[in-house]
Design a protein around this ligand. Sequence first.
Ligand code: LLP
Length: 451
Amino acid sequence: MNDVLDQQAFRYSNDEHPSLLCEGIPLSEISREFGTPLYVYSKKQIIENFHSFDGTLKASGKEHYVSYALKANSNVELLRVLAGEGAGADVVSVGELLAALAAGFPPEKITFDGTGKTDREIEISLKANIHAFNVESLEELSVINGIAERLGLRAKVSIRVNPDIDAKSHPYISTGLKENKFGIDMENAREAFIFASKQPALEVVGIHVHIGSQITSLDPFIKAARSTVKFVNSLRVKSGIVLEHLNFGGGQGIHYRNVVRHPLLPKDEFGEEGEYVPSLSEFVGAVLPILDQTGLKIIFEPGRAIVANACALLATVLYTKANSKKKFVITDTGMTELIRPCLYEAYHQVAPLELAEGVTEKVDIVGPICETSDFLAQSREMPLLKRGDSIAILCAGAYGYTLASNYNLRPRAAEVLVDGSEYRLIRERERVEDIVGLSLSEKTILSGYEV
Ligand code: LLP
């Protein structure tokens, strides 16, 4: 089951004083050098994740590309790695588009998603000659057509359908139901394709479907694949519209539990094996034969599955305190660095950087932010933690930094990339003066304080 787990870049050293490593380098060494909060990435893990997806598709011989969803993590150094491996890019803003182009993704492998593309974003994407817009409404089709006409260009469009399928993920990250704002429902989708095919400056090249994120069963994907294939075939037979590609979106779930293991780490309630999550090859094996019935080129847009398990967010314990109900471990890292626990009640494994024999206890691991929802883990059995200890919050590579904020006027954390026996800073820690919009003279006053 765990083809991803077996390749984990993060593991404990195999000695008397187990120390958490990234590609063999002790995270405590990196944390000492750069301070915390700190995101530490493994280049090897990102490359392996990409190829476990892309490789299964390559082996099938099917014409395809894997379009990495930048919203999961858009650090340009990581983007360069993925562009270098042959990935495409799925973008949702002009910022992501420019980052993708700068990192070297070829425009013919860039797709532009999102329910609210601005005129400027459409214009810049047209000029950049991207592969396709994934279009979400009739009105958007008209707008793109108008802008393309004005520029004397033709826009390649793929229409996003909403198959009304429950992804059985958290409601905030489910996108394939009628009550969600995404796509055009199946009843109106044919009309949208016919409308698009009549617009002089549009070229209808594809269909797009994405039903949600962190999907941990194959069933919703299989249902979405069947429904899309049925629609594509009927569009061809009944309306004579022939497409070039089928973009099946992203959403593949990953393991968040028991990601690193050690006999000294307390077991969580899921036990040794962790919860069941289909592997990427199981996913491809289940949906590809269905999607292949269309004969179209296939695009996938994974984000989380490529970068999530390639990062540990490092934090330092500042204080501990207990009342008659709870014990709190207060760290220097919180919802400003990782909002997923607060936003989706998401589980992230927390592991001390150094392990020692001893008792464990149930604690809430919280941040320094003035919000009750500022927690990283709740009621979590942990080895005893004390002031000055360092911990890693695992699988923080997707929707970690990209959802980070400056709330409480906290500068965003630094990012480090480990590559074999080397590591280097790939984004500097922000400074207060970067984020408060100071005048030059105010900056001069502050410069004496920041170290
Ligand atoms: N394609 C489209 C159209 C999307 O909207 C998304 C994610 C993806 C691809 C990539 O999905 P992935 O493979 O990463 O599941 N902030 C949330 C996740 C939001 C996902 C938004 N759309 C979280 O932290 O769980």
